[in-house]
Ligand binder design. Structure first.
Ligand SMILES: [Mn+2]
Length: 297
């Protein structure tokens, strides 16, 4: 496990503040892409977000701190490479890498890649925390198809694979799914909060309800298409009617205050050349989230 030596690092931190040994936070780039079915390019996501992060203000105006100092540094690791192995082998290798970082006591942020790459950290966090861990999925899609286009490891099936080892799942922001996935409406172990219900004001207490469905320790997997395409248009499968900036960070702040967020991943980002605000928005999201997590420590 090595701190990145060439290529962009988060916040462009060098020396002490970006050193893995000292840093409280480790960012693991996962430029994994195999099954994108619509817009391709999620393998370029991690580099684009890291590149944009160099333009972040180090001081957070909301929290009143330089977040990277609060967490004793943010280390960016060498991006993992995915060439010839099978998908289960790739997932296993990511799992091992994340477990290594958890052994070092790091707060781990995985930066995908298509959503399938989240199975690596999900495996590792489940290894570490067991069935007490809650998984919160912020996403436009349920990703619960048993397989998609014949592939059980499609991005559209990632949560079906995850449910083979995690006991339950809470999904927020959903606004598109297949007929096949309707059966999960009755499932005990899957709670789904639809964007339409939340965004049209039909469930004013949605935050309380989501928090009520989660245990104390929470892992978050954030598909970039959770956001509205007006703020993050650069995604593999854009869906109208997504979340805005302030409702997202407001919810994340509350989540981090009331629960213990143990790790997260941000995935499915397919940068559009020449369009910089989505890259920057995701970099800001990650920095904010680290700030909220450290607010409690
Ligand atoms: Mn999605």
């Amino acid at each position: 496990m090595k701190t990145r030596t060439t290529g962009p690092r988060f916040l462009d931190l060098r020396d002490d503040e970006g050193d893995l040994e000292k840093a409280g936070v480790a960012i693991l780039p996962l430029p994994y892409e195999r099954t994108s079915s619509y817009v391709q390019g999620s393998f370029r996501g991690p580099a684009a977000v890291l590149e944009a992060s160099s333009q972040l203000e180090e001081y957070d105006e909301e929290l009143g701190v330089e977040i990277y100092r609060s967490c004793k540094g943010i280390a960016t690791l060498e991006p993992m490479q995915f060439l010839t192995e099978t998908v289960p082998e790739a997932i296993d290798r990511i799992r091992e890498a994340v477990l290594g970082l958890l052994d070092m006591g790091k707060f781990v942020v995985c930066l995908g890649g298509e959503h399938t790459s989240s199975l690596g950290p999900l495996r590792a966090f489940h290894d570490r925390y067991g069935d007490d861990l809650s998984v919160l999925q912020l996403d436009a899609h349920r990703d619960l198809r048993d397989s998609y286009l014949g592939d059980p490891y499609s991005h559209a099936s990632v949560m079906a694979r995850a449910l083979e080892f995690i006991p339950s799942l809470v999904q927020v922001g959903i606004r598109s799914h297949s007929q096949e996935e309707v059966r999960f409406d009755q499932a005990e172990n899957v709670k789904t909060y639809y964007a339409q219900t939340i965004k049209t004001g039909k469930m004013p207490d949605w935050e309380e309800r989501v928090l009520g469905d989660l245990s104390e320790e929470v892992y978050i997997t954030i598909d970039s298409d959770f956001f509205d395409p007006s703020i993050i248009p650069s995604v593999g499968t854009p869906e109208p009617g997504g979340f805005s900036w302030y409702e997202t960070i407001g919810f994340l702040r509350r989540l981090c205050t009331e629960k213990t967020v143990v790790g997260c991943d941000v995935c499915e980002f397919t940068p559009i050349e020449g369009l910089h605000h989505p890259d920057f928005t995701l970099a800001r999201l990650i920095y904010k989230l680290i700030g909220y997590v450290w607010m409690k420590r």
